[in-house]
Ligand binder design. Structure first.
Ligand SMILES: C[S@@+](CC[C@H](N)C(=O)[O-])C[C@H]1O[C@@H](n2cnc3c(N)ncnc32)[C@H](O)[C@@H]1O
Length: 400
């Protein structure tokens, strides 16, 4: 990536964090400008009577100067400094840390680290109670039974409430990375949530994205679909609909992003395959109940004692299944990340595979003779795996 591309990418991440309300802080360092007393600029979100603002601390050698700016004015002000008279910029959000390093020779490096358990944005509210990316007083959260009449999580729902916030923040960032955001309301992209259950996360995404996306939840249980459609209608969420059906047989076309969270066992593979066929730019799954490979797993002798314990067998099945999925997605032309999206204190089911399309057309890199294909087959052979659902969907032979 050229220095200009790295800088543009960093500025896009910053703009997305500011607009999504996920900015925790921005730090500019290594000042090389005309004012020799200026050392850093620190930026953090604040909420004033006039609405969300960014508070700038201009740190000079002997004093700090603090000024607040409205979001767009703040972004315009920061643009020339980033990669200009400040060589280093760090952007912190709950989901990731991005660092832009500019070197004296004119090159630049952008590194992005996904955070496992980063803190939530510490927005300082001078005038009102704490905001969330998904507002706690959203009527649909109350209708779904997550919050009470006072806009607070109901008893037993605090973990679900945090999960909804974290997931929405994470997806907002991934959609930017996949090039689906910023999106314009005149050309909304389509997002499908496969096996959406009661639709907590589907509602959160639809409400957050508004007219920028048309969101569909697919769910096998018709009673949940009817409930979700009623709540979506009551809340005038015109960009959201729910359809009853099976993941594998529900037709999807022109899907920009596909998510499937906690779709059991091979339903995750069926969802991934749907997204691959539809050419989705972003696939996000949080697998669970990885049963398919357990009967096939033949551990090498050196692991036999360890795997005499059921819990280790179960974890190995999870690891082998999800590692194989990640490799197959790479083979299918997607850059794949494996992340934990919320702390394990809320749920053990927090592993997430996020895959961003890297080829212009689906199938562009699917060479059965590639080095990666060979490594996938070696991995499968090591664990005695001959068949796996996603491999079958892709027409990838694990044994050839
Ligand atoms: C554990 S729940 C997760 C719900 C939601 N995605 C979440 O994370 O909050 C799994 C949901 O997927 C649905 N499901 C599982 N297999 C499915 C399939 N093959 N087709 C459609 N829905 C499916 C189940 O009915 C259930 O509601």
């Amino acid at each position: 990536m050229s220095a200009a591309d790295s800088r543009d990418r960093f500025l896009a991440l910053l703009a997305a964090a500011v607009h999504d309300g996920t900015l925790v802080k921005l730090t500019l360092g290594k000042h090389r400008g005309a004012d020799a007393t200026l050392e850093n600029i620190f930026v953090r979100p604040v909420t004033l009577k006039a609405g969300p603002h960014l508070s700038f601390t201009w740190r000079h050698a002997t004093r700090d100067i603090i000024k607040n700016h409205a979001p767009d004015a703040a972004l315009a002000l920061l643009g020339p400094h980033i990669g200009g008279d400040f060589l280093d910029a760090h952007l912190f959000t709950p989901a990731q840390t991005a660092q832009l390093e500019n070197r004296a020779d004119g090159t630049a490096r952008l590194s992005i680290k996904m955070a496992a358990n980063a803190p939530a944005p510490a927005v300082e509210h001078h005038d009102r109670a704490k905001d969330h990316l998904v507002p706690a007083d959203a009527p649909w959260l109350r209708a779904l039974g997550v919050t009470n009449d006072h806009g607070q999580p109901r008893e037993g729902m605090a973990g679900k409430f945090r999960q909804i916030q974290k997931f929405t923040e994470l997806l907002a960032h991934l959609l930017v990375e996949a090039g689906l955001l910023p999106a314009d309301a005149d050309a909304p992209f389509t997002l499908a949530d496969m096996g959406c259950g009661k639709g907590y996360l589907t509602f959160a995404l639809a409400a957050h994205l508004g007219a920028r996306a048309s969101v569909t939840g697919v769910e096998a249980r018709p009673e949940l679909v009817a409930l979700c459609n009623r709540i979506a209608g009551d809340n005038h969420l015109a960009n959201l609909r729910f359809a009853a059906g099976d993941i594998a047989s529900t037709p999807l076309a022109d899907v920009g992003a596909l998510v499937a969270l906690h779709a059991c066992d091979t339903a995750t593979d069926d969802a991934l395959a749907k997204g691959l066929v539809a050419g989705a730019r972003l696939l996000v799954v949080s697998p669970c109940c990885q049963k398919e490979l357990r009967p096939q797993l033949a551990a090498p002798a050196v692991l036999a004692d360890a795997l005499s314990h059921g819990i280790f067998q179960e974890r190995q099945a999870e690891f082998v299944t999800d590692a194989l999925r990640a490799m197959l997605l790479e083979w299918a032309g997607y850059r794949t990340k494996v992340i934990e999206f919320i702390s394990t204190e809320h749920t053990a089911k927090n592993l997430m595979l996020a895959a961003i399309k890297t080829t212009p057309s689906p199938g562009g890199t699917r060479d059965p003779g590639s080095a990666l294909a060979g490594r996938i087959r070696a991995f499968a052979a090591f664990y005695g795996i001959r068949r796996q659902r996603l491999a079958e969907h892709l027409g990838f032979s694990l044994t050839a």
